[in-house]
Design a protein around this ligand. Sequence first.
Ligand SMILES: *Cc1c(COP(=O)(O)O)cnc(C)c1O
Ligand code: SF4
Length: 325
Amino acid sequence: MTQNWQTQLASAFSNFDELCHYLQLSPSELRLSQDARTQFPLRVPLAFASRMEKGNPADPLLRQILPISDELKIYPDFSDDPVGDLPSLKQTGLLHKYHGRVLLINTGACAIHCRYCFRRNFPYADLQLTKQQENDVIEAIRNDSSIEEVILSGGDPMILNDARLTSLIDALATIEKLKRIRIHTRLPIVLPARITDDLLTLFKHCSKKIIVVVHCNHANEIDDDVANACARLRSAGVVLLNQSVLLRDVNDNATALCELSEKLFEIDVLPYYLHFLDKANGTGHFQVSKTDALALFEAMQNQLPGYLVPKLVTEQAGALAKQNL
Ligand SMILES: *Cc1c(COP(=O)(O)O)cnc(C)c1O
Ligand code: SF4
């Protein structure tokens, strides 16, 4: 029998030896870096690692999570806050950058550590809102009549347990002018067992429209368990979208990107954003040039129906919306 999600999470891979042994790889062929691992720990649940190809040091899923020496290289235009989020932090846990939408950041923790993540260098990486801070954020949202959509973000908000998520979403649902609650999460992909019956009940009975934006970068991330988790979310009335990051040697070719869109659609998820990499320290080796990104985007447009082409966007400090590349 499959273990529950919290047990799976607690036993995620966190050291090189166990992961290498499981993947039948020799550490010497991987350019592993303990320093990179100290900066941002290795973390990958078995449910995700099981979709990697055994014996393949260049596996596109492995590359997303493996701490390697490339992370220590310094790139001149990279920084710790490339998207300018920190000045938009209104109070602990509340980020208000765009019109009508706020990010509610309840936790900095994630089920998986993605090496390219721009939040890897953030001061709130270990943050967990106290109940009081959460109440303060909810009151601030209630008192700002311009807010129509709350986006639970992080970290990964679905790492909170069902009781905690239920109390948060129930409280948000009492705010009349809110139209939608959106959840940005990688958990339906990384740890599909997270989609529990209690979670579905919560979504099904919520008075607000629920949107779940998953994060999947490669078709190989989608297996039967992920498909099943998405079908369950759909059955609870949830609208499903995906965001990806364009990553060198992971998905920077037209075939991989088109396959991803097709596979997402098969499981009822629509491609929403394809993010151009944010220039965060430690992630330079994932960079795809702007010229190549635009060429890939054009190739997708030429091969896919319009609704399977995600928007290619970049985050700009101080801008009023995400910008087309
Ligand atoms: C991406 C983002 C949003 C949501 O933007 P949409 O274009 O509505 O998806 C909101 N706030 C912040 C800070 C963001 O980075
Ligand atoms: S915030 Fe998202 S991209 Fe960043 S480490 Fe967590 S799951 Fe990965």
